[in-house]
Design a protein around this ligand. Structure first.
Ligand code: KYN
Ligand code: ZN
Ligand code: ZN
Length: 211
């Protein structure tokens, strides 16, 4: 029997990765290089915690929330439903969703891009209406994921969608790359790093074919 197929749904991280406006630079550097005196190459990274494909920790939108290192991992691992939301406008609204498909799913990933913008920041990315989050939460969702940089619009001061997530103690993945993924059910694996005090963490997110 062949191994189940996997899809890498993560952005690549480099100095070219588009970042939220005002965030500090993402740098990958070489600290030491192989030479007569040094037997190895050693690198270092400096990156905003919301770079690329990442998991928000509750600490991001609540001062009482847990940091990445202290979050349970169950939400980030298990069956998920990938949804085609490319027809949505500025926000994914209640009527954009096929509720028979997603209600009761523990993890829901929304695709909004036809082609993910790897080369430029998109300030008009699609957000998610708070009542959509609330309905998924009330039906038992553990995690909401999206291929845009945030569940709330870039100019939001109130972070309403994030606060609906907080009310259900759900978790969030942002910046997913779903270009090559057909809608349907998969296994999600996207674990945040155990960074103490961190309000988010980059993840290597993958989907795996269900048995
Ligand atoms: N830098 C900001 C400034 C103001 C409001 C939001 C942000 C965010 O970074 C949002 C974030 N990336 C998110 O997890 O939705
Ligand atoms: Zn974020
Ligand atoms: Zn967020």
């Amino acid at each position: 029997m062949s191994d189940p197929r996997i899809w890498d749904i993560s952005q690549r991280l480099s100095s070219n990765t588009p970042l939220w406006p005002g965030e500090p630079e993402l740098k990958v550097s070489r600290h030491a290089s192989i030479s007569a005196e040094c037997p190895v190459n050693i690198g270092a990274i400096s990156l905003p915690l919301h770079s690329g494909t990442h998991a928000d920790a509750p600490l991001h939108y609540s001062s009482d929330g847990v940091a990445s290192a202290d979050s349970p991992l169950e939400p980030y691992l298990g069956r998920c439903m990938v949804v085609d939301a490319r027809a949505s406008g500025a926000r994914i609204e209640m009527q954009d969703c096929d509720w028979s498909e997603i209600e009761g799913e523990e993890r829901v990933l929304f695709r909004t891009y036809g082609k993910f913008p790897h080369d430029a920041w998109d300030e008009n990315f699609t957000a998610v209406a708070p009542d959509v989050i609330a309905r998924l939460r009330d039906a038992g969702a553990l995690l909401i994921g999206i291929d845009t940089p945030s569940l709330d619009p870039q100019n939001s001061k109130t972070m309403d969608a994030h606060h609906e997530v907080l009310q259900g103690d759900m978790r969030i993945l942002e910046g997913l790359v779903l270009d090559d993924v057909a809608p349907g059910a998969y296994e999600l694996i996207a674990l945040p790093l155990a960074i103490e005090g961190a309000d988010a963490s980059p993840v290597r997110a993958i989907l795996r074919e269900l048995p």
